[in-house]
Design a protein around this ligand. Sequence first.
Ligand code: GZL
Length: 305
Amino acid sequence: TALTACGSGGGNAADDGKITMGFAQVGAESGWRTANTKSVQESAKSAGIELKFSDAQQKQENQIKAIRSYIQQKVDVIAFSPVVETGWDTVLLEAKRAKIPVILTDRAIDSDDTSLYETFLGSDFIDEGKKAAQWLVENSSGPTNVVELQGTTGAAPAIDRKEGFEDVIRSKPDIRIVASQTGDFTRSGGKQVMEAFLKSQPDIDVVYAHNDDMGLGAIEAIKAAGKKPGVDIKIITVDAVKDGMTALAGGEINFIVECNPLLGPQLMDLAKKVVDGEEVPERVVTEETTFTQDQAKTALPDRKY
Ligand code: GZL
């Protein structure tokens, strides 16, 4: 076959000259993640990119193992969503030495060495946290006790959604976070933590869940405690996956900040550019919006995930 430009990547393109991408996914912890995986896999197919895919079950050591295996297999480009922000420099240095470009997608890392990856494609999680708090500032009056269901400890979306939310509620001292704990972005985690909050907190007005899945788990706990979710206790979540939007349209959630999982098409475009040695932006932020209960009713029929 004709030699193809391998660009900066030192990898060997697949036999038929196709680009080979190694993708190390976080896991399958939430509806968002499932939609994100589907988008990556379908986009690779339509872009003619050969995809090697791994699911790390939310464990950093599994993602590191997967990246090392992609380096051994001499893929042309590596893409991954770092489950947590720290602990990546060593393995990314190995990829750099192997001349395999790396693209960060969805979650970011906090390394000082920005030469370890070509670009970051994903949402602005601080902005998402601010949008969630802005709705609460506009839709609450008097003392308001908030319990927070945090995402995975150390993960960029968990750190930043907390920071953005706190930045905005600082302007309204009546709104207080009275309890905050990780539910690890899962439905079961959200339910367990909410059960504990319902026992330990005498007066909960609002749940701020860093993703829909933990919010849906909290709904189960609130109902089991004989209270009406969305009415007795208001719920704000992030993601806007179908199950979350259905609960929002049904009045059990009050507001959802969208986090777009459909990163596949942009990821494949970036991968082709990176492998061909073309310049790419340091950061590509995805488009996303917010939904009230009425907006969810209108949007639900057309939601892709
Ligand atoms: C956000 C993504 C988060 C989602 C969760 O971009 O990393 O991880 O908000 C998912 O649903 O588990």
